[in-house]
Write a protein that binds this ligand. Structure first.
Ligand SMILES: [Zn+2]
Length: 299
């Protein structure tokens, strides 16, 4: 499943290869890929055709491109902003491909552009849990944030992420630390793998109640989350310069050996104790029982 760094790689690719281009035609090859666009595939295509796409933005694992109104539209100033929103789901890919290159087996949506660059944008998704949709934007939002994701918190790599507010929210909530890291209303973009890696680096057990976290502990946790994400971004960065905007959850980060995730029974890289795996909310948590001791059960 693509996590934030992979999605950021896609955003960078869209920025380079798609932003500023005017849509000439949209072909929806599978209606499921636009199921969140309630007016249907034909409306999705019609609403985008002839419009220029703006700067690519990301919040957590969501990507969006503002849809600019036609230059000479008389009511463009009054009309609400719109944006095309993408979620990659489990297996979604956004690919920039040369026109005429063979269709991918799971090609779901194709964008052609009204310019001389002989490339097109393709949404490919084997399992089709992801998709594209058009939405109104939050009035006054400078990035054209789609209204349907307004409830999603900023991610820790966002310059506007508020560390103090995050700490205060952790202290207020009756929850545990890994649950909080995966709660999109508190912090976005931290998936299961990155959470386990950051918790291992911080020597925090996933089940530790957040109410007891001190400010320095929260700061340390955020530092490690950012480190893990930035390392993953650096590993995925090799694709920045390629024509192919490609994400399938298999970025370079997963080639490097992780410290926690997937290391059951292997020695902790800090203390040598065998790492453990525990079922956790239909997933798994990997941790070192010595470096990350479980919280004492409540009396
Ligand atoms: Zn250890």
């Amino acid at each position: 499943m693509p996590e934030l760094p992979e999605v950021e790689v896609v955003r960078t690719g869209l920025e380079r290869w798609v932003c500023g281009r005017t849509v000439a035609a949209v072909e929806v090859l599978h209606p499921r890929a636009v199921r969140r666009h309630l007016a249907g595939p034909d409306d999705f295509a019609a609403q985008l055709t002839g419009h220029r796409l703006g700067t690519a933005h990301r919040r957590g694992k969501y990507l969006w491109l503002p849809v600019e109104p036609p230059v000479h539209s008389p009511d463009s100033a009054a009309a609400p902003g719109r944006a095309v929103l993408a979620h990659l789901g489990m297996s979604g890919q956004l690919l920039v491909q040369p026109q005429g290159s063979p269709d991918e087996k799971h090609l779901r949506i194709r964008f052609r552009f009204a310019d001389a660059e002989a490339t097109e944008l393709r949404f490919v998704d084997q399992r089709t849990f992801g998709g594209l949709s058009l939405h109104d934007t939050v009035p006054g939002d400078p990035d054209g944030l789609p209204d349907v994701i307004a409830h999603i918190a900023r991610d820790p790599l966002d310059p506007a992420f508020d560390d103090d507010a995050f700490h205060a929210a952790l202290r207020r909530r009756r929850t545990t630390v890994k649950r909080a890291l995966l709660d999109q209303s508190l912090i976005s973009g931290v998936g299961n793998i990155y959470a386990d890696e950051a918790l291992w680096r911080t020597r925090l057990h996933y089940d530790r109640p957040t109410a007891g976290l001190t400010r320095p502990r929260t700061a340390e946790l955020l530092l490690h989350i950012r480190e893990v994400m930035n390392e993953a971004l650096a590993a995925g960065g090799t694709s920045f310069d390629s024509l192919y905007v490609n994400v399938n959850g298999e970025s370079g980060y997963f080639d490097r050996s992780l410290d926690a995730y997937g290391r059951e029974d292997e020695p902790c890289r800090r203390c040598g104790t065998p790492m453990r795996r525990r079922p956790w909310m239909n997933r798994s948590s990997y941790f070192c029982p010595r470096c990350q001791p479980a919280p004492r059960p409540a009396r």
